[in-house]
Design a protein around this ligand. Sequence first.
Ligand SMILES: O=c1ccn([C@@H]2O[C@H](COP(=O)(O)OP(=O)(O)O[C@H]3O[C@H](CO)[C@@H](O)[C@H](O)[C@H]3O)[C@@H](O)[C@H]2O)c(=O)[nH]1
Length: 484
Amino acid sequence: MANKVAELIFIPIPGVGHIMSTIGMAKVLVNRDQRLSITVLIISPPFTSLALATYIDSLAKNAIERIRFIELPHDESAPKLNPKAPFTSFREYVDSHSKYVRNIVADMKNQPHFGHLVGFVVDILSSTMIDVANEFNVPTYVFFTSNAAFLGFKVYMETLCADQNQDYVIELSKAEGEILLPSFVKPVPTKVLPQVYQTEDGMDFLMYSIRKMREAKAILVNTFLELETHAIKSFSKTNFPPVYPVGPILNLDGVAGKSDDKDVITWLDDQPPSSVVFLCFGSIGCFEEVQVKEIAYGLERSGYRFVWSLRRPPLATQSFKVLPDDFADPGAVLPDGFLERTKGIGKVIGWAPQVAMLDHPAVGGFVSHCGWNSMLESLWFGVPVATWPIYTDQQMNAFEMVVELGLAVEIKMDYQNNVFNPEGDMVIITAEEIERGIRHLMVDDEVRTKVKEMSRLSRASVTKGGSSYASVGCLVQDFTSNIT
Ligand SMILES: O=c1ccn([C@@H]2O[C@H](COP(=O)(O)OP(=O)(O)O[C@H]3O[C@H](CO)[C@@H](O)[C@H](O)[C@H]3O)[C@@H](O)[C@H]2O)c(=O)[nH]1
């Protein structure tokens, strides 16, 4: 009886943008085939994040059939995050949990109700767990939470490093101009390449993780063929493991925030259709006070109704130990009288019920940091985006959305802020640029029409007969092929 069940071990990393879609992937799989059973091992976060803690808490409260969650012990002796080597230290932190993974899986395998272990599904940031999967003689699959074009960039950089040396590649990516990447049709300006990979730490991580990914049996990417046709096809010319576009994988239940979440939805109920601009910068995005004020002026001048999710940066002394949180009093950083003057037309909130807001007919435009989940959510609900990327993949996502695919308008594509890059130059986007971007966002019918069409395609891709539906079918077949 037991061997009729195919068991998978999922190891997401503790970050809102990663864990939610990885668990979303698990849900898609168990809903697709009832012979699948999944254990998700939750690594305790090495930083304080209310949003993440709330999400992890919610997992224990809302049981999902055939998915069990196991929180790994919080290990005080685990390596600490080092702001000077964020990638390497985060990887080491995650890797130090291998011993718990090994023990838990060995234990589960001894239990009578446990089925047939068929594989591990890991994140790029937990790719060392491939070694643990090997100890159990099962293959590993990587679930890549960003997009195919960005994955293509990483693979290309790793290939270049194998041909040249790492320092040469870092210098190349810093040089002004454009670079041809196999996963993009258009030349990519080097100014949108992630600064985090222009350091030894970033490049070491990139090299390590892509090499590890080469050991995987397949790569699952949270994207769909109709959106990233070129990028997805570009992998067929490489010797990278097979890439399966399985998305969009969305968490349509949203991430519960505070109890007053409902107020903003009630407020939206009273606004005209497509009249409200929604500003939100993901689970980590935040700005210095001087930039906050420019946003406020830009919004006010645009005259549009708005909902603005404004988050407080961590204190410098808390660097990497605490993630952005809601302001106790946002008025303290906003221009004098701003909240009073905009009372009738706008709302400043903390953590936003983003999915419910994008689904609301009153929301007509989304100013976003271009985190990949936010991009997929905006496309799903057909809400056009104005791009304001902050770090990692976001500048390239903005370029892909605006230039490569024509599915967004630009406020900025190459912005990086000081909160996460204290040694970089302080760049301020002015109120004029913000006002211009918002006006463009709210009146550009061409982009709006394209986004609506992509919304239709994104929904079609995950329904029976769709491209991602077919990819998931192939994977399920693979997972279940050895059970009787
Ligand atoms: O106030 C908020 C802010 C965020 N969200 C949700 O949180 C998720 C945020 O995900 P994403 O848009 O991808 O942003 P990040 O949290 O910044 O995600 C990280 O992970 C992504 C996937 O790898 C990357 O693309 C990003 O650059 C990286 O920062 C989305 O589902 C949002 O709906 C809310 O519900 N309310």
